[in-house]
Write a protein that binds this ligand. Structure first.
Ligand SMILES: Nc1ncnc2c1ncn2[C@@H]1O[C@H](COP(=O)(O)OP(=O)(O)OP(=O)(O)O)[C@@H](O)[C@H]1O
Ligand SMILES: Nc1ncnc2c1ncn2[C@@H]1O[C@H](COP(=O)(O)OP(=O)(O)OP(=O)(O)O)[C@@H](O)[C@H]1O
Ligand SMILES: [Mg+2]
Ligand SMILES: [Mg+2]
Lengths: 253, 253
């Protein structure tokens, strides 16, 4: 039974893709089998692994159109299974406009997934049909939160959407993790906001905070995860620690 | 005749809102009358000026619904006229789904604008109906580009969208400015990407680059522009220089 986790936050640039990619790679380092789904029409996760999204024949769009099944769209990269995205995913909202149960398509596709301990879904910065599919397919949600002023502002809208999906479409859905991202200890702002997040979310806030680290921004340019690109960097250290926390949670109490 | 400028980039977190806000404030410092339109359902521009978006009676949503005209929705803050956003803007795509000419609604509303030298429109991180309205209403586009690897990846899709809008909906539309944002001179990555951007966009690339500066991230927490919050900071310096470049361009050659 796979743990299906959506990386979700409608705010742009908070680190969803960086987390999806490097948590997956960290879990793989710990011997776990991981499936990554790139659900963003900007395909940054796909490009960050050096996969040329615009040249692919089979992508996550085929899951939505029903032209290919999950196994056909998978690519294997750096020990990870990846369903790559397509720039044409951007038109999906219009294409599925009249389709009944259009939020369930990804969930149905993922039921074909076999042998993965973890399935991580990278969401775009919006609460549209793609994120709704992720929230309907997932059992858990991790929310990367950048430690800056406006981070908490968007949370109530996000939580409202999650509650509605839980009530109407997916009873198993839970926010199980908050990830502090792009943390810079020298910034008083960051420290203060981390404390507020801790008070509000308690144990859901992972102890590991992902620090701002240039290697995390550089690695995509080489099509590599942080563990290949800069295995001794703070970025690698933090994501390995975070993967460790995630695996530790899974063990029965 | 107002210069109508859309701040546009579907990539999240690149600095659209920070630029819209502080360019407007910089232009106001130089004596120009500026109108700001917050077109993002996350209302960050609105919150960054200390305006409580969730409590307002009249917002940009009223322009789309036709319940209020431009003059009724304006608020005056720090010498700027602002049309605030609403969290309910998120549902607009669905609400306008069948409406003919749904990309022209903002353009029609802005034709009521009077006496502004500049109208700046802050776009959300997507290429949906809100951004389409901005691109149909505007004559100019400024693209904030974060100096990181994936910045240029999204550009072709953005330019493709702009070309389509120009061809079908708005013949006057031009990309007139690229703004390098969140620049950190110590990062070789940043320098390399700035050079690539310069080669590709020539004169459209503003000479002023907005440096990474903590004050720019802190100011929204106090509901202030950078010029009120930290007038001596690099952030204030850069945005005043950028405003100067923008005003200099307007003078007849
Ligand atoms: N901890 C970090 N240290 C340094 N750079 C980071 C870190 N996390 C993310 N970045 C950089 O910040 C930018 C935004 O990150 P990322 O793309 O992961 O965010 P996102 O939430 O997926 O964005 P979007 O909303 O557009 O999908 C990227 O250029 C990324 O490389
Ligand atoms: N030059 C800068 N120095 C420091 N922080 C910055 C700078 N520019 C932007 N930021 C911070 O980065 C975050 C993202 O910036 P901003 O909200 O302006 O981007 P955006 O493109 O409007 O995002 P979205 O796509 O979500 O609308 C904010 O927390 C902002 O305060
Ligand atoms: Mg992303
Ligand atoms: Mg913004």
């Amino acid at each position: 039974m796979s743990e299906i986790i959506a990386l979700c936050n409608q705010k742009g640039g908070v680190g969803k893709t960086t987390c999806a990619l490097n948590i997956a790679a960290g879990l793989e380092r710990m011997g776990e089998k991981v499936l990554l789904i790139d659900l963003d029409p900007q395909a940054h996760l796909t490009y960050s692994l050096g996969i040329p999204a615009h040249e692919l024949q089979r992508t996550v769009l085929d899951l939505f159109k029903g032209t290919h099944g999950l196994t056909d769209t998978l690519l294997a990269v750096e020990g990870l299974a990846v369903v790559p995205s397509s720039l044409d995913l951007a038109g999906l909202d219009m294409e599925l406009a009249g389709t009944p149960g259009r939020e369930f398509i990804l969930r149905e596709s993922l039921s074909q997934a076999d042998g993965f301990a973890y399935i991580l879904i990278d969401c775009p910065p919006s609460l549209g049909i793609l994120t709704l599919n992720a929230l309907t397919a997932a059992r858990e949600i991790y929310i990367p939160l950048q430690t800056e002023f406006l981070a908490l502002k968007g949370m109530s809208k996000l939580i409202e959407t999650i509650d509605t999906v839980k009530r109407r479409l997916n009873r198993d859905l839970e926010i199980t993790g908050i990830i502090g991202t792009r943390y810079d200890a020298r910034r008083k702002l960051n420290k203060g906001i981390m404390e507020t997040i801790g008070e509000r979310f308690g144990d859901k806030l992972f102890k590991t905070i992902i620090r701002e680290n240039i290697s995390l921004a550089e690695a995509p340019g080489y099509g590599q995860t942080i563990f290949r690109y800069a295995p001794k960097s703070h970025g690698a250290e933090d994501f390995l620690a975070l993967a460790g926390e995630i695996v530790a949670r899974k063990r029965p109490a």
